[in-house]
Design a protein around this ligand. Structure first.
Ligand code: GDR
Length: 328
């Protein structure tokens, strides 16, 4: 399939930036829905992306935007992506991370009515839909039982994509586990750690405040995950695919690896647990089985855990050395 015209939500996020770069390199034309106040809009426009101003909370406007763009592929990356934030804004999370995906499907159906062909759709689904999963590692068939407002919104979107598929659309869920890069915002634990460690190493801070250090997460490399989404978009048949490394580590392991990458061994005294960062409920352990993606679509992770951490620490050390101490 040539994904020649792609409608993207969340284009100014970590995955969006990586996806846009890949698609532009492939010669695709891209329509990105961005909020008026989105600081990333100018960069997208400069890169040759057609920017449409809109809001995921405006469901009718969103379906209209898909219909007007008449794309061959819709990639749904937008919404509230922070699980912590979803506890503070559960209703808005339901709207922009859940119902907005139904609006994308509605827009796609309208394109189908008009042209006879529905666009393909890839939804950035999440391991959070499984909650404290009854099986480990989790697979595409693991029961859906979210334990956060974010997970509940994503579970609705996941199901909506399956319903679109049942109605004949090439609509797929990429069930994404945590995936990181230097472009990860500071609100997520990995980047908070690597940025904080870089500041401590430079003598700018004397400690790092975190929440639950015992949570296990399956952490991968964001460019690999964007590659997985493109493979899924281009697959002969639609479906649901777990995108994960199959390895799980604790937040404490991540902290240790980050300090090690900065040359600091005795780090325990530099980390403080602050109840403000502990969530009302937190998934204890995620680990995904990406066998289906490996065998059917030839995907494999390319960057090991320690190398992900080291790349992020290196990036943040350079930022700190350049005097850039806040969110880039
Ligand atoms: P997560 O990512 O909730 O797994 O969702 P996050 O990096 O926010 O948290 C990972 C784990 O770290 C613990 N933690 C902290 N988290 C944050 N943000 N800040 C802290 O100070 C802190 N201290 C400990 C958390 O409790 C949690 O256990 C990510 C997002 O990218 C979602 O969009 C995506 O769907 C899932 O991964 C798969």
């Amino acid at each position: 399939m040539s994904a020649d015209r792609v409608f993207v939500t969340g284009a100014s996020g970590q995955d969006g930036g990586l996806l846009v770069d890949r698609l532009l390199a492939d010669g695709a034309s891209i329509v990105a829905l961005v909020r008026e106040e989105d600081a990333g809009a100018a960069r997208l426009a400069d890169a040759g992306v057609e920017v449409v101003v809109g809001d995921l909370a405006d469901l009718d406007g969103l379906a209209d935007a898909v219909e007007a763009a008449s794309p061959s592929l819709v990639v749904s990356l937008g919404g509230i992506s922070s699980v912590a934030e979803s506890w503070r804004s559960p209703a808005r999370t339901g709207l922009v991370s859940g119902a907005a995906v139904a609006a994308l499907v509605e827009g796609a159906w309208r394109v189908e009515e008009r042209t006879g062909t529905a666009p393909r759709l890839v939804q950035a689904s999440s391991s959070e839909i499984f909650g404290d999963a009854s099986e480990s590692p989790q697979r595409e068939t693991t029961p859906i039982a979210p334990v956060s407002p974010y997970g509940a919104a994503k579970a609705y979107a996941h199901r909506m994509v399956q319903l679109a598929r049942a109605r004949g659309m090439h609509a797929s869920n990429a069930i994404l586990y945590n995936h990181e890069s230097p472009a990860r915002p500071l609100s997520f634990v990995t980047r908070k750690i690597t940025h904080g460690v870089a500041r401590i190493a430079a003598g700018l801070d004397d400690h790092l405040s975190l929440g639950n250090l015992d949570a296990h997460r399956d952490w991968g490399w964001a460019p690999d995950f964007v590659d997985a989404m493109l493979r899924i978009a281009r697959a002969d048949a639609p479906g649901d695919w777990v995108v994960a490394t199959g390895e799980t580590r604790t937040v404490r392991d991540f902290v240790g690896a980050a300090f090690a990458a900065a040359g600091i061994d005795d780090w325990q005294r530099l980390v403080v647990v602050d109840p403000r960062f502990v969530r009302p409920a937190d998934v204890a352990r995620t680990v995904g089985d990406a066998s289906r993606l490996r065998t059917e679509l030839g995907w494999a992770p390319t960057v090991a855990f320690d190398d992900i951490v080291a790349a992020m620490v290196r990036h943040d050390a350079a930022l700190v050395a350049a005097g850039e101490t806040s969110q880039p």
